[in-house]
Ligand binder design. Structure first.
Ligand code: ATP
Ligand code: MG
Length: 391
């Protein structure tokens, strides 16, 4: 799939813009603060309905305005346009091919997008929130049920937390029903995360070796905050599996596995010791809302022991791994957004990345177009967009 056109109204610093885009490489360049990242943010908004900068929707409305609208024209895809509109009355509207969709989750998977920005390194360097965000923005594009499970899970957790904060002794049946729902949706989330991380691990390891000239190993492991499930994962880690197997298991196997995780999670949630702790602390103590990833190089924790360059290379490897996984599991080519990435890499690394991404429509941003000398060096035509001329 490729984005052929971008139309903006009152989005960030753009009052009104209509831009034609190239199906292969687009380099958006210009001075700092002129709106390069804003363009990527607008396009990515059509993938998941949210900003990749974790900005709140009202922040994207042009100063002093009441609403914004972003529309992408798309080719080589099942739909040919997506429009996201937002107004201050806190309503967000999504239209696919001009037809209004009721739920945000129906947007997911229509336009597949992957982004690497200066913020992406935080997946490796910062707290678990950033790693859960990494999981969420990509798994939701692969599975609409995932987003629904997240919403339902959060809803039941909130209800449970209310009870725990009040520290009132709840009706045991009501409490059990809440835990049952939490275990049920949590198991679906854990299952999707487990499979996705498994794929990321295999693919990112290969890409990281390529980026580092075969000198370093990268491993990515899922660390669920469900103690019994984590024990199981630790016991089985190191067992060999078929490499590169992205094929979905049969539905009944998947259901059985989710049911099994649910049982494990429910048992953890209802153990006497845990319930006692939850009432002591006045909040939920375990669950997928606290999941994490263990990202290591050569057997050492990357966050604690990695250099700046190693962290950066690992973050790029994670992004490119998702790109491959999305393509393999959907049979479609996602769009790649690389915000300010190549300017800090040497020529050889720039060329390696260009080589790894050549079959995808790619949007690069940079402050100066000549930094991009390795882009299109193989003869691929490059569409240069000077943001300074767009205002
Ligand atoms: N809601 C908004 N309304 C109008 N302008 C906005 C809004 N939000 C941000 N801006 C403007 O957008 C500009 C920043 O855009 P952006 O982050 O895309 O810049 P950039 O070209 O990527 O810069 P850099 O090279 O530093 O990364 C700033 O000048 C900021 O004032
Ligand atoms: Mg920028």
């Amino acid at each position: 799939m490729v984005i052929t056109e971008l139309e903006l109204h009152n989005f960030r610093n753009y009052k009104s813009l209509n831009l034609e885009l190239s199906k292969s490489i687009n380099v958006i360049y210009g001075k700092n603060g002129y709106g390069k990242t804003n363009l990527l943010e607008a396009m990515f908004l059509c993938c998941i309905g949210k900003s990749f900068r974790a900005a709140k929707d009202p922040e994207m409305i042009g100063y002093g305005g009441e609403s914004f609208s972003v529309k992408t024209g798309i080719a080589e895809n099942s739909c040919s346009s997506i429009r996201v509109t937002y107004n201050r009355a806190k309503s967000k509207f999504v239209e696919i091919d001009g037809v209004y969709v009721e739920k945000l989750r129906y947007l997911f998977g229509n336009l597949l997008g992957i982004v690497f920005s200066p913020e992406s390194i935080r997946t490796v360097t910062d707290g678990p929130d950033f790693r859960r965000r990494f999981l969420n923005i990509y798994i939701c594009q692969l599975s609409r049920d995932y987003y629904y499970s997240l919403m339902m899970y959060n809803k039941f957790c909130e209800e449970k937390n209310k009870i725990l904060i009040e520290r009132s002794r709840p009706d045991p049946i009501e409490f059990e029903v809440l835990n049952e729902n939490i275990a049920s949706y949590g198991a679906k989330i854990a299952y999707d995360r487990m499979r996705f991380v498994d794929e990321v691990n295999k693919t990112a390891a290969r890409i990281y070796r390529y980026i580092t000239d075969d000198t370093e190993d990268l491993t990515v492991g899922y660390v669920p905050n469900i103690p019994s499930l984590l024990d199981e994962i630790r016991k089985t880690s190191g067992e060999t599996e078929d490499a590169g197997n992205a094929v979905q298991p049969p539905e009944d196997e998947k259901r059985a596995e989710i049911e099994r995780i649910k049982g494990v999670f429910f048992a953890d949630l209802t153990s006497e010791r845990l319930v006692k702790r939850e009432f002591e602390y006045g909040r939920s103590v375990i669950g997928t809302q606290k999941d994490d990833l263990d990202i290591s190089f050569n057997g050492m924790n990357l966050r604690s022991f990695g250099s700046q360059g190693q962290k950066r290379s690992a973050a790029i490897a994670l992004t490119l791994a998702v790109l491959e996984i999305m393509k393999k599991s959907t049979g479609r080519t996602p769009v790649l957004f690389l915000d300010d990435v190549l300017s800090e890499l040497d020529d050889r690394r720039q060329r390696n990345i260009a080589e790894l991404t050549k079959e995808y429509q790619t949007f690069y941003t940079c402050a100066k177009s000549d930094i991009m000398r390795n882009i299109g060096a193989d003869g691929t035509p490059v569409n240069y967009i000077n943001v300074e001329k767009l205002r």
